[in-house]
Design a protein around this ligand. Structure first.
Ligand SMILES: [Zn+2]
Length: 322
């Protein structure tokens, strides 16, 4: 393996005052802009562009900021959606529990709002909390998306309807009927990177670790593999980065990617911010993990990875009888 693509991402959430006090997101637009710029600046020290998945309300409020970031080489053509956070609160649901009709309606309304901010339509998608069902990819293709980062292999979070046990770990075209599998849809999906040698179980989204557990046994816990997200409270980024790179070398995918995600709710301009410190450690560790093995880490965007997936021939495995 000569190179690994590094795709830094952020889910850009609307203000918590408009959604829920315990939801992810910033308190003010000024904070949001500071966090977004700080994140790009840290990633930029390693030459990695950022791919921003943007909630519709943010596209309206901060389009000028993202157009500027777009000019600097970041990828901003991505829609992020938590249906329950959207507009008037009509959808009391996480993305994976929407009916097909509501999925089409919520996406249509979101695309329209996003488009009213940017003057063009989003091309890539990520559901909030990686919440998804088997209709998602087909609906996304129908609605004009060419790709996305829609899966977190290994995540088991029943309450959020985010179950990804056994999901394909590397960039691929998804299956039209079964979200975990490789298929032939005209859509480039980039899964979140995972260290498959590890498990962690936490209470909800604030990462309060449950010691000694290896699986999610009730609705209030989330189980997942360790990964590169900077939000962890107790992650060994050196070990996780090296494990993920070793596993990539072993799987040897045609498009090797290291990717992670976070939200616009931590101050990446503050050297003392807990999550920003983790982010800087993670960037160094993934870079070192590649270079120490003679592998070049190459900054890439969601759009770059999607282009690579769609340029490849369809790799849907043939039917096997038993
Ligand atoms: Zn989100």
């Amino acid at each position: 393996m000569k190179k690994i693509y590094v795709v830094v991402t952020m889910d850009v959430e609307p203000l918590t005052g408009d959604t829920h006090p315990t939801a992810t997101g910033p308190e003010t637009w000024e904070q949001s802009e500071k966090f977004i710029r700080g994140y790009a600046e840290q990633a930029g020290k390693y030459g990695y562009p950022v791919s921003y998945f943007i909630h519709p309300e943010v596209a309206v409020a901060q389009a000028a900021l993202f157009e500027e970031l777009n000019q600097e080489g970041h990828c901003v053509d991505c829609l992020h959606l938590h249906p329950w956070k959207f507009r008037d609160g009509k959808y009391k649901a996480h993305f994976g529990e929407l009916s097909e009709n509501d999925m089409r309606a919520a996406l249509g309304e979101s695309i329209a709002m996003w488009q009213s901010g940017f003057g063009r339509r989003p091309l890539y998608f990520r559901p909030g909390t990686f919440s998804a069902n088997d209709m998602m990819y087909k609906v996304l293709v129908d609605m004009g998306f060419r790709g996305g980062s829609c899966s977190m292999p290994g995540r088991v979070w029943p309450r959020m309807k985010a179950i990804w046990t056994g999901a394909e770990p590397d960039p691929h075209r998804p299956h039209a009927s079964f979200r975990l599998a490789v298929g032939d849809l005209e859509f480039g999906n980039m899964p979140n990177s995972a260290d498959f040698s590890s498990w962690a179980v936490a209470k909800g989204s604030n990462f309060q670790m449950v010691e000694g557990e290896t699986h999610s046994h009730d609705n209030n816990t989330v189980a997942c593999h360790r990964d590169l997200r900077p939000d962890w409270r107790d992650n060994d980024y050196h070990a996780v980065a090296n494990n993920i790179v070793e596993q990539l070398i072993e799987r040897n995918p045609s498009i090797p990617v290291l990717t992670e995600n976070t939200h616009n709710d931590n101050d990446h301009a503050d050297p003392e911010d807990r999550v920003s410190k983790n982010f800087r450690t993670m960037l160094k560790e993934i870079t070192d993990a590649c270079k120490s093995r003679g592998i070049e880490p190459v900054g890439a965007t969601m759009a770059d990875i999607c282009d690579m997936v769609l340029a490849e021939p369809v790799k849907m495995p043939p039917f096997v009888y038993t």
